[in-house]
Structures are given as C-alpha cells and as structure tokens.
Design a protein around this ligand. Structure first.
Ligand code: BGC
Length: 374
C-alpha cells in the first residue's frame, strides 16, 4: 500500500548531492513500533561532514540517506504492543541500532554503543534513514519520553548525551582511586575539569560538569568578547581563550586538572593540553576529526607522563539509553538553574528549506535547529 510521501533532507552520495527529497511516509508495522511527528532536528558537525561525502552511508538498496540524528518528536500513533508511550508524548530517539550478530554481547545487551562487530547502524548516519523529515517510525526500545516543560530545548538531549556517556565512564574509571568528594555528595566536588571547545557539545558538557560539582574551565580559540565566552561565563564556568592565553599560563591559572573533556575535534591542541593533565587524571576524547596529514606529538614524553601519573585516556562515541535518561534529567536541572543561558545555545531555528545554507554554508552560531513542525 502506498502511504504517500513526505519531505526529507538527504544526501545522494552517488551524485554528490544534498537535496530536499520526497521520501515514503513510514508505517507502523510491528506491535512495539510508534509513529512520531518530527518537531525539531538539530544540525551538527557529523551532518556537515556527511554532506562533504567524507562519512555517511545510505541504507542497502537506497541511493540516498535521510539526514538527522538529533531529534525531538511527538507520538501520533502506537502499535498494539506499545506499553510505555501514548499519543501526544514528546520523545527523543537514540541514534544507534544493534548489529545482528549473536556473538556481539554488547548489542545483545542493548549496549550497541559498545558494538564489537562494527555492523551496527545509525539513524541519519549509517545505513538507516534519519529524522530530518516529517514523520518517522521507531520501536519503543529506542525512544525516550521528555517532559513537556523541556519542549523548547529537548533537541539538545542528544548532544548532551555525549557528556553523559563520558561522565558515566569517568565515574567508573575513577573508582580505581579514592576520590574524596567532600560532604556535598556531588561526584565532581573539589575537582577541576577543563572542556576543550565551546560548541554545543562543549557548552552542554560544561553545564553537566558544573551540576556534578566540578570547578569548570572552557579553553577555546576565539578571543573575548564573543557570545560563546559570554554564555560559558554566565553559567559559572570560566572561559579562557587559547588565542590570548598560552597553554603555560592557562595551566598556571587552572592548577591541577582532574578531567579534560575534549569537544573540539582538533588533535593539535588536544595533545598539547594532555601535557598538563594532572596526577591520576582522566582525558576523554569525543571529537571526530577528519583525516589529516600527520603532526608532531611528543610521544615518548607523553607516554612517560601517562604511566608515571596514572592517567587514563578514553575515547567515547554514541550513547546508551541510560545516558539519554540522565541527559533528560540534567536538561531539566539546567533549565531551572540557567534558563536564559540554556535557551541561548539554540542560536537559530529554520524551516527545512534552509537546509543548503545550514549544511553546506559557513558554520554560524552555536546550535542550529530545523523546525519541521510546531
Ligand atoms: C553522533 C553519535 C554517532 C557518531 C558517529 C555523532 O555525531 O552523535 O550518535 O555514534 O556521530 O557516527
């Protein structure tokens, strides 16, 4: 049965085109599936990279891939076996779907963010269509309910999950040592964190670090004054520009660094900052730089330091359901604590027709969102 078609933004890698497409209207076909009306879709560096054809794969049998993996929608139809959702609920989908292999313990345990085979798919990125379209169908296992009060900012849940998954690992890794957090009960109390980069992942990460009690610095390139620095300072983190403050001066000002949260996607500055990570510190990489020519790194000195200082270097990608749940809870805390600053992360709301400028034009603002429906 033909259900008609709807508008979607996608890439056609074979023709190296980014286009507004007609895409088949999806249908609920399994008992635990839901149909969701898309409200907001965020645009990130991964989308822009897919549009440069360096990344991203259409589903088997399709010559295009519908983009979009940061989404907020409203449930419009539920399959007969749906237990956790009802029509009208606001939902945010996760991104990665499990590989089919029995021998992948992660995917069989709903931990496809740690897939062992690489045969996972990702909505809007790898072999499954994304959410930059009017409706999507999804199994209830991959959706998270969002309170109505977060309607205007819930499109930020997915980029916040990057920090939430990173922090979940930091807590696990630091169980190796007696981290004394004082009496506040906050796990980062008395500790210092440095965020590299002041894009959406960096700013949301700084907010997550602050609510966990860390003294938080954001080290980023642009000289002050600039809107990102103002936003960072407004939440009680401290913005320091690498254009005006050398790494040595930065390290002197910050003191012992217990955690570096990299949200920049640039190796050169990241490996420089690794040199000033403190004793027993953790360095978490989240950025995905494009392949580039090799750069010099003081590898022996760094290796010596990582060993002699008990340091942990972690790479993290994608997020599991608990990270989405923590992100939804924390976003509520951010909204209570910093309502103005939180809303300022979304610097543009656009109709779908603006896709070309948003995906291929010069990156502008902090987080740009496509408003598919109100
Ligand atoms: C997404 C992740 C995804 C990663 C790699 C990121 O932009 O947020 O969910 O796993 O790209 O494809």
């Amino acid at each position: 049965m033909n259900n008609g078609s709807m508008r979607a933004v996608g890439v056609i890698p074979g023709r190296r085109e980014v286009a507004l497409l007609q895409h088949a209207m999806p249908r609920v076909s399994g008992p635990t599936e839901l149909k969701v009306r898309t409200l907001d879709v965020g645009i990130c560096g991964t989308d822009r990279e897919i549009c440069s054809f360096a990344y991203g794969t259409p589903p088997d049998g399709s010559d295009y891939l519908v983009l979009g993996h940061e989404a907020l929608g409203e449930v419009v139809e539920t399959g007969p076996g749906v237990t956790k959702f009802k029509t009208g609920d606001l939902v945010v989908p996760t991104v990665r779907r499990p590989c089919p292999h029995d021998h992948c313990p992660s995917c069989r345990d709903a931990r496809q963010d740690f897939c062992f085979t690489g045969d996972f798919t990702e909505r809007g990125i790898k072999m499954t269509h994304g959410f930059m379209t009017e409706y999507f169908v999804e199994d209830q296992a991959h959706l998270n309910i969002v309170p109505r009060a977060l309607r205007d900012v819930a499109v930020l849940v997915e980029p916040l999950t990057v920090a939430e998954k990173a922090l979940a690992q930091v807590w696990q890794v630091q169980q190796r040592l007696p981290w004394n957090n004082g009496s506040s009960g906050l796990r980062g109390a008395g500790k210092t964190a440095v965020v590299l980069g002041a894009g959406p992942v960096g700013i949301l990460g700084a907010m997550a670090l602050l609510v966990n009690g860390f003294k938080t610095y954001v080290y980023s390139r642009s000289a002050e004054p600039n809107p990102k620095a103002a936003l960072v300072n407004s939440i009680g983190a401290k913005y320091i520009s690498s254009a005006t403050t050398s790494l040595a001066d930065f390290a002197r000002e910050v003191g012992t660094i217990d955690l570096v949260y990299e949200a920049l996607g640039v190796a050169k500055i990241s490996f420089e900052v690794m040199k000033v990570l403190g004793l027993n510190g953790v360095f978490v990489f989240t950025g995905i730089p494009p392949h580039k020519p090799a750069i010099p790194v003081e590898a022996d000195s760094l290796m010596r330091q990582v060993v002699l200082m008990n340091q942990a270097i972690i790479g993290t990608v994608n997020a599991d359901r608990p990270a989405f749940e923590t992100a939804i809870r924390d976003l509520g805390t951010f909204q209570e604590r910093w309502p103005d600053s939180l809303s300022k992360i979304i610097t543009g709301r656009h109709p779908m027709e603006n896709y070309r400028e948003l995906l291929l034009g010069k990156a502008a603002g902090i987080k740009n969102v496509i408003t598919v429906a109100q």
